[in-house]
Design a protein around this ligand. Sequence first.
Ligand code: PMT
Length: 360
Amino acid sequence: MHQSTSFSAESYFATQSAPPSLAQDIADVQAFVARQAAANRNVVLVTSGGTTVPLELNVVRFLDNFSAGTRGATSAEYFLKAGYAVIFMHRQFSLQPFSRHYSHSTNPFLDFLAVEGEGDGDGTVGITADKRTDADLLAVLTAYKGVQMAGSLHTLTFVTVNDYLWLLRAVSQELSLLRRRAMYYLAAAVSDFFLPRQKMSEHKIQSGKGSLHIEMDQVPKVLKPMVEEWTRDGFIVSFKLETDDRLLIPKARAALERYGHQVVIGNDLHTRKMQVVFVERKRKPLPPLPPEENAGPLPPPKSPADAHGAGEETESMTFVESWLRITPPAATTSTQVKEIEEDIVAELVRRHAAWIVHDR
Ligand code: PMT
């Protein structure tokens, strides 16, 4: 495949169609943001899962980006636990907060249920949870019901990279009403190339002509307009995924320089569940938060170096990098093992609180 010219964000949205559900999705987000603003909650947009690139208008084949949605779904739970409201924008059928503990492949939920009353003769049967799993299931269920009661989780789905870009722009614009109280946590794996609808075959591409040559265009880098136009003073965290870990820090620094947002979290494909690196511009030390600003659902200050496992900080002239690591879980019968997202979120909540109070 050859790659072709790149679209600007502006020309992209002028030429590619919005998904049919966009207007309804945005009306729902608007109502959610208004409720959270009234409840005085910070809100985080979490993007999660991979985006597809369809090759035909009547789509039979598509390219996909790797991501199970674990990072996004797990992080969303910890943000909720920290008192944030969450807009969870995820790839259809990827993992979701709470239900992720009992997906079809890990802990199939039917295995946790038992039939009760069978053979009573009166025709009535009931369903109960398997007693051995009560503690773990109860913890997840209690957290899930609490979030439902509080109305602090709103879910949106995308499939294609086009759906993702339209939704990201619209949701960011709605959330920007909260100014500094909004965080954007971009964990989705977004395709860098796409096929504009004007170049797509209407019907299934036929195989009779031998090999297939497709020229793809570059997806516009939306972090720049996100920082400069769509969000006002929001706290923006992007992820950088590499398979060669020597590229992580240079690429993360380049992204910060190019887009001017707050934090890049670098992760290597193979070690991403055990270690990540926070990269940000160097700043002057902050004065401590006044006591009243420190109140509420925010956890006490904690730095990556204090987190579970080892952490280390290195500085260049312009950037500072902090590694956050967890140690592999010990053998346990519980499903509640230590997850690196717990520490990632704690660290971001701390930095976001400082961002809100100190204006940088
Ligand atoms: O879901 P898991 O299986 O747990 O895996 C999690 C993860 C490895 C996918 C996640 O931790 C991660 O690294 N996500 C970002 C992967 C990625 O797309 O990196 P990138 O270098 O292509 O993009 C960098 C950032 O810019 C991303 O935050 C992306 O959301 C954003 N982006 C990228 C391209 C584009 N056109 N617009 C964007 O906004």
